[in-house]
Write a new protein. Sequence first.
Length: 386
Amino acid sequence: MTQPLILLAVLAIPAALPAQADSTVPDPILQLVARLDLERYKGTIKGLTRFGDRRQGTDRNRAAVDWIEAQLRSYGCSDVARLKYNYQPPVPRVRTDSAAPVRDTTRVSGGGRYRGVRARTGVNADSLKQPDAQVRALDAQASTPGAREEVYCTKIGDTHPDEMYIVGAHMDGIGWGEAANDDGSGTALVLELARVLSSPDVRTDRSIRFILWNNEESGLNGSRAYVEQRRALQGTKDEPKWLGMIQHDMMLFDHGMPRADGTLAAEQRPEADVNIEFQASAKFAAEAQQLAWVFQRANEKYATDYPASVGSHMTNTDSAPFQDYVPAISLRENERGTQIGAGWDPNWHQPTDLYSTYNDKDFRLGLNAAQTTLAALAGLVGATTK
């Protein structure tokens, strides 16, 4: 059997997420999902904002990596380790001609079409746009090139410890805020999954690696370093075989399309959803699409408030370096290219990306994404409770 067929067979096992044949037998997935808690999730995001925007190449970033490792160890997650690499920013390109190239403003990163009203997006680089002096001071140190680290831990499977799913989020941010949403919300989600699945009464057939990427905002450098260093090690004692990669990024804000004047609704829209994306042009697109539908079905059965939708334009996220080697998907608050790229989140890379910006309706969208991933992942790895 070829590897794609093996992957399809693995993914097909839990895809239907059938109801218990005996209604008197507790559903282990439901039991695990019930261990997620809104206040815990919010508290983990709040803990991350103590380090400001956690920009790569700064002391606050290194302190945040230490804090994340301490959290993972406190959960009992085994095999805590760090990936080390060196980051050198690219040399700025100098134009030799006087005419700037004409940009195609209809083309969307990752594919798809812009529709409806669009608002301006970009990265804030002006410290004075942050009115909170404490946050401004936290974010003051500039990034410097050099050595980088990112932390991960592994839940070892009982039956197939040599096979694993990789579950990630990036922990660095930019924009002179607290990076509460981008990507404190994704990092907190992964930490909460690690807490639940690392409980001593939880066993899994297959392994799970929880990893918090660094250098996402500089060009996915942390996840690229992982692929470069560890892809060839698969099947050895140092690296279980990759079965799938699930990325989480910006989980809180789905207030809808901008209005004609560029403003957005103050409250989370009732029809908000968790966006699950794969990349249609990837070598493992068919398997990634099937993995995405496993997550959609898990959401339908186990998420409490918000539904999930599936799209084919995954882009600009740490699952991208994996997409030609393994089924890879990304979960977000909105589609990355057609919606976030069109200004659906006014806090993206802005000073307003603060914990205080969001309310419980926003945080609950992130919790529903956690419920979705936990339920799907539990089925994929054969998780049970003692």
